[in-house]
Write a protein that binds this ligand. Structure first.
Ligand code: MN
Length: 228
């Protein structure tokens, strides 16, 4: 028995590759971009934003086309799964806090984001919606080591839309963890979506998305119908 006034919502979690165990998700931090884009925007202080843990789903089967958008966009990203928390983590100790890695989609209502930016308003609604973070099974560091290099790519209906490689990230995983931990205390179960290469574009109902972070995880999902 507990003192909760009702049964708490289900703990969000992700599959762990090769086992029946689940990784309990605490919070989801995201980094803006983090690869060179041809518009020339380079490295500045990493921009962090969040998605609710409840937006995390196993990347399989059908993903829902969200309401209130005409421009539902894909962003393939390396996801870092934090196993032990901390604050003010130095760069040279940062990777000790990583439990594993996954491939994830930072799904975005781009029209909402653009409108919010133009109005000088927060663009949380563009990023935080049901199912906005489909993520592959997590590969434990204990089995696969750290994700240092490897291709990052995404295809829609067999056509390539995004391709880069982890070694092109503007901010390394260790730098991202160190930066974020100076802003707030990281907790076990936190996920960090580390930003996407250029080539982000809109999805249509029925589109088949295949994507991967090489050596880390693969995604194969289909976009569902628009809500009636
Ligand atoms: Mn993103």
């Amino acid at each position: 028995m507990s003192d909760f006034v009702f049964t708490p919502a289900t703990q969000p979690s992700l599959a762990v590759a090769g086992t029946a165990q689940r990784f309990p998700v605490s919070r989801v931090f995201c980094v803006g971009r983090n690869y060179p884009w041809s518009d020339g925007q380079g490295r500045s202080v990493p921009l962090f934003f969040m998605k609710p843990a409840s937006s995390v789903i196993d990347a399989q089967g059908e993903i829902a086309y969200p309401p209130q958008t005409e421009e539902f966009c894909h962003e393939i990203e390396l996801v870092v799964a934090i196993g032990s928390g901390g604050a003010d983590i130095p760069e040279n100790r940062a990777l000790e806090h990583v439990w594993g890695y996954a491939a994830g989609l930072d799904l975005t209502r781009r029209d909402q984001q653009r409108a919010a930016k133009q109005a000088g308003m927060p663009w949380e609604g563009a990023k935080a919606f049901d199912g906005s973070a489909p993520i592959s099974a997590i590969q434990p560091v204990s089995r696969q080591g750290h994700a240092q290099e490897g291709a990052v790519w995404l295809q829609v209906n067999g056509q390539e839309r995004q391709r880069s490689a982890l070694q092109h990230q503007l901010w390394s995983v260790a730098e991202i963890i160190s930066h974020l931990s100076r802003s707030l205390s990281l907790l076990p179960g936190d996920l960090i979506m580390t930003g996407t290469p250029e080539g982000v574009a809109a999805l249509q109902p029925g589109d088949r998305i295949r994507a991967a972070v090489e050596g880390v995880g693969q995604i194969d999902v289909q976009v569902g119908p628009r809500a009636a």
